[in-house]
Design a protein around this ligand. Sequence first.
Ligand SMILES: [Fe+2]
Length: 346
Amino acid sequence: MIFETVASGGCRSYLIGCEESCAAALIDPELSQLDRYTALAARHGLRVHYLIDTHTHADHFSATRQLARQLDVPVVMHRASPAPFVDLRLEGGEMLAIGRLRLQALHTPGHTRDSMCLCVGDRVFTGDTLLFGATGRTDLPSGDAGSLHDSLFGSLLKLDPALLVFPAHEYKGRSHSTLAQEAAENPRLQKKDRGAFIEMMQNLNLTMPTHVTEALRTNMSGGKTVAQMLADAAAIVPFMSLAELKASLEAARGALLVLDVRERDAYASGHIPGAKHLPRGQLELRVNDELKDPTQRMLVCCEFGRISTLAAATLRTMGFQGAVALDGGVKAWREAGHPLSTPPGS
Ligand SMILES: [Fe+2]
């Protein structure tokens, strides 16, 4: 088996490939590593056939949907997954053929209702059902401590104790353990009594993961993250540095229109000299009145440089191919000590 682990933050994704056929599957890919997965598969001469999420993640952004579009292969999850974009829904016990490899799904609800563990050869990918020295939490949507107890003691720990454990999270750099090792040493697995296990899980007092609302929104719906919206916009927009803008204004070069897309109060409290005001919220509806020349070279700015990127992308989509965004925002301009104007009467 060709095997690669990709660690990003505390998240772990796995690429498994069949040496004979060059078929592969990707388990729990994460959005920030999108290019790494395709690069790794290419380096090994593998073609990814399946993109598998072990469960609906609440703590990171799944890349399965984006990769599915890019590679034209199915997203695989358990039948209980709420995500509408899942192409192949597995029941516990069902198997996927990845060349000569066989990947068998084990339904292990508890961390989430749709949690699966995946057995391939000598190893088991446990998702968040079983972590090194811990288990997934059961206090997030669709989590259930009793189900986790049943999944662990009634299913997962009934498998071959020699199986290597590869979880979806690891924060201390360990690569794997075994089911036997976890059964012997994992503190949570020492609470074999169902009631005691439930009580322990209900009293962990864990803090909420960051981005939980956004992760659930995007992972359950296939919608985009804010970072993706910004990256999509940035991909079609050229940027201008503060220094270049300053030089351009000083030289009064060409006819560069500075377009400030902040709200009125922010504009009134100080803007780049000569900047025209057109709030982002009114942009599409007012361009025809405010921007007569579609070839106009214009620099779009906002306070931090994010809204201006979205606005410049919108302008380009509408045909203003001379729209660029300020790399940074009026805040950076101000902090650099560059001049600001206030409108008369403000
Ligand atoms: Fe999780």
